[in-house]
Each structure stands twice: as structure tokens, then as C-alpha cells.
Design a protein around this ligand. Structure first.
Ligand code: ZN
Length: 119
């Protein structure tokens, strides 16, 4: 069994997304999320529902009891940082922030994320 990263982007209508969905069983859905169970190992995965203004994620949920409230923001930040290739040599432009900007952004990870950037 190939293991999936704890969090990843989900781009519907790609071969990768279709391959993943084929391994998943739909369990539940609420306004913003859908819950799936991976048939092979019983693990739970949450996918953001479609929203053309927002990047979608597929994230592993440890306990399905709190799947709706599970806060994936720190995982999303890690993914954003690794997608950008880490930090640059520049300082974040926000006054008073001493963190380094992430690559291809004028802001640090926290302040890039705060602006709604997810990739
Ligand atoms: Zn900052």
C-alpha cells in the first residue's frame, strides 16, 4: 500500500484525484467538508468541498469523532511552506514582524497564510 502524505492539495478532475477517490468510500458531508474512509486501511480523510475561490485539501483525520472541527491550519501552513521551497533571505514586510518571508512572497509564513494564500 502506498502511503499518502498527511495533507495534500486536492485538484478535482485530475488523474491523481480520481485515483484517490477510487480508494475512498464516502462517509459523510457537512457544509464545507466531506469525510471519506480509505478502503484499504480504514483511515479517515477529509476533503474540502468544492469552492472555486479556495484551494482544496485532502487531510488525514486521526479520529472521525472530531472530523468536522479538526484544525488543519498548521498542516496547511507546512504544505504552503514546502510548496514555496522554504524561506527566502528577506524579512517579512509586516511592520514589527521579524520573521523571514517565504519564497515568492513578501511575507512570512504566518502573514502569507493570514492573507488567504494557500499555495
Ligand atoms: Zn510576518
Amino acid at each position: 500500500m502506498n502511503s499518502w502524505p498527511e495533507i495534500d492539495y486536492f485538484h478535482a478532475n485530475t488523474a491523481e484525484a480520481r485515483a484517490r477517490l477510487a480508494e475512498l468510500e464516502h462517509i459523510a458531508e457537512v457544509a464545507w467538508f466531506e469525510l471519506y474512509r480509505r478502503k484499504e486501511d480504514g483511515s479517515f480523510w477529509r476533503i474540502d468541498r468544492e469552492d472555486k475561490h479556495q484551494e482544496r485539501f485532502i487531510v488525514r483525520i486521526e479520529s472521525f469523532l472530531d472530523w468536522e472541527s479538526f484544525d488543519s491550519s498548521s498542516l496547511e501552513k507546512q504544505l504552503l511552506l514546502s510548496t514555496r521551497g522554504g524561506e527566502s533571505q528577506e524579512r517579512c514586510l509586516v511592520a514589527g514582524c521579524s520573521s523571514r518571508a517565504i519564497k515568492a512572497s513578501a511575507f512570512c509564513l504566518e502573514h502569507t497564510y493570514e492573507r488567504g494564500v494557500r499555495k
